[in-house]
Design a protein around this ligand. Structure first.
Ligand SMILES: Cc1cc2nc3c(=O)[nH]c(=O)nc-3n(C[C@H](O)[C@H](O)[C@H](O)COP(=O)(O)OP(=O)(O)OC[C@H]3O[C@@H](n4cnc5c(N)ncnc54)[C@H](O)[C@@H]3O)c2cc1C
Length: 400
């Protein structure tokens, strides 16, 4: 096997893309990531570089100016980027989810309008389901859209928008209550174009993005609230043109998002392993390198096994979706496994660093604050286990 997290059976194009991204990460991201993160500074130059590489259009079909690549290619790119700095993968991720939702569910006019500019990174997407009172329980959404002729009037408050300030397009899930038989059939996704920035939005009256939420990690990328006060959105900005489908569209987006969070866990864990295995060969205690103490070797063995297992599971989940099959079971397992393993591998690398791991001078300090976000985003571990459990009972149902 040699190096960890190799992927069998990639095309030449996939290998070329990954080699280019790996080079970009090593040269443009890793050297500046920790400093920018400590200053909570948006990585403008890195984002410009990613635009040049075409990464914002990686999965958007070629007819709309993208590269038309698969979920697997995307996930492997995310793994590389997260190895450099997880926040940067967050900048691409909500954009990728919104582009996926428009491509899969949008009207032709919406695809023609949004996808070419999204492929170029001129329009950048954010995606908004969560509210102050709910995250896991999407059925409890209270932000409301009420029809008024050819418009809908939106009122409510959203929470935890990754890229809430820097994005120029937000896919917002609202309750519309137009006769659906369950709460899930009464939700609608609105595509709201806005100006980037914070405060009252100059182009969308009634829309406000209060300042950035201060976070323990995952800094650099902005995470915000979104306040909607009598915001008027044309009915043709309902995703897919028909109300009542929003919940299912969002769940489709979250499903590809889960593979992406798994990929982020793989990338962060791989970086933590690299840092741990390198430090263990430099630090000496009791007359030898700590890597020569069996207890440390066992730690490295456990870490590497977890890095490898999470990678293979993530690849399997992505390939299943690319093959046109339902992958909610595999995506749930991959997200659950990769995020838990990531937290454990990061903690072991931190321990290997001894006291220096606690110093801001060492990269592992940043990773230690980043890993927990993966336990929560795109559905907590408990939610993944609910999905996995339900699917297992479908697959293994016994005859009564
Ligand atoms: C940095 C960051 C970025 C984010 N970005 C976005 C974004 O871009 N867009 C967006 O829409 N959201 C975003 N989120 C929100 C995220 O998806 C939610 O935080 C997550 O889904 C959990 O919801 P919650 O925080 O409301 O926790 P809750 O749902 O209140 O859960 C609290 C605890 O209860 C557990 N729990 C809940 N229900 C059950 C149950 N039925 N059985 C057992 N245990 C249960 C949970 O697992 C958790 O441990 C982001 C969050 C963070 C922290």
């Amino acid at each position: 096997m040699g190096r960890l997290a190799q992927t069998e059976g990639l095309t030449e194009i996939q290998r070329d893309i990954l080699a280019t991204v790996r080079d970009f990460v090593d040269k443009e991201i890793i050297p500046v990531a920790t400093e920018l993160e400590h200053r909570d500074e948006y990585p403008t130059a890195i984002v410009e570089g990613m635009k040049q590489l075409g990464l914002f259009g990686l999965t958007i079909p070629e007819e709309y100016g993208g590269l038309g690549e698969s979920l697997l290619t995307y996930a492997l790119v995310v793994e590389e980027i997260a190895r450099g700095w997880m926040s940067v993968s967050g900048i691409v991720n909500t954009h990728f989810i919104v582009a996926h939702m428009i491509n899969a569910h949008g009207t032709q006019e919406q695809k023609d309008h949004f996808l070419p500019k999204m492929a170029a990174g001129e329009i950048r997407g954010a995606f908004s389901m969560s509210e102050p009172g709910l995250g896991s329980d999407v059925s409890a959404i209270s932000t409301k859209g009420v029809r008024d002729g050819e418009f809908y009037v939106l009122n409510g408050q959203k929470m935890w928008l990754t890229n809430g300030g820097t994005s120029t397009l937000v896919a917002v899930l609202c309750r519309t209550d137009e006769g659906g038989s369950t709460p899930y059939k009464n939700m609608t996704t609105f595509l709201i174009e806005k100006t980037a920035g914070f405060g009252p939005n100059p182009t969308v009256p009634g829309l406000t993005v209060p300042g950035k939420i201060e976070k323990m990690g995952y800094k650099g990328v902005d995470t915000t609230e979104l306040v909607l006060q009598d915001v008027r959105i044309p009915a043709n900005r309902i995703l897919g043109g028909v109300p009542g489908r929003g919940f299912y569209q969002m769940m489709d987006g979250v499903e590809v998002g889960r593979v992406n969070v798994a990929a982020r866990g793989c990338g962060v864990a791989r970086r933590a392993f690299e840092l741990g295995v390198s430090y263990a060969q430099q630090r000496s205690t009791f007359g030898k390198k700590i890597a020569e103490h069996q207890a440390i070797q066992f730690k490295l063995a456990e870490m590497a096994t977890k890095v490898e297992a999470a990678h293979q599971m993530m690849v399997m989940a992505a390939r299943k979706k690319d093959g046109g099959e339902r992958n909610d079971l595999e995506a749930g397992m991959a997200k659950y496994l990769a995020s838990e393993y990531c937290k454990e591998v990061v903690e072991d690398a931190f321990r290997i660093h001894g006291g220096y791991g606690f110093s801001k001078e060492y990269e592992i300090e940043r990773l230690y604050r980043e890993a927990p976000m993966l336990l929560i985003g795109e559905g907590t571990a408990e939610i993944q286990k609910m999905i996995i459990g339900r699917r297992l009972l479908e697959e293994y149902r016994i005859a009564e």
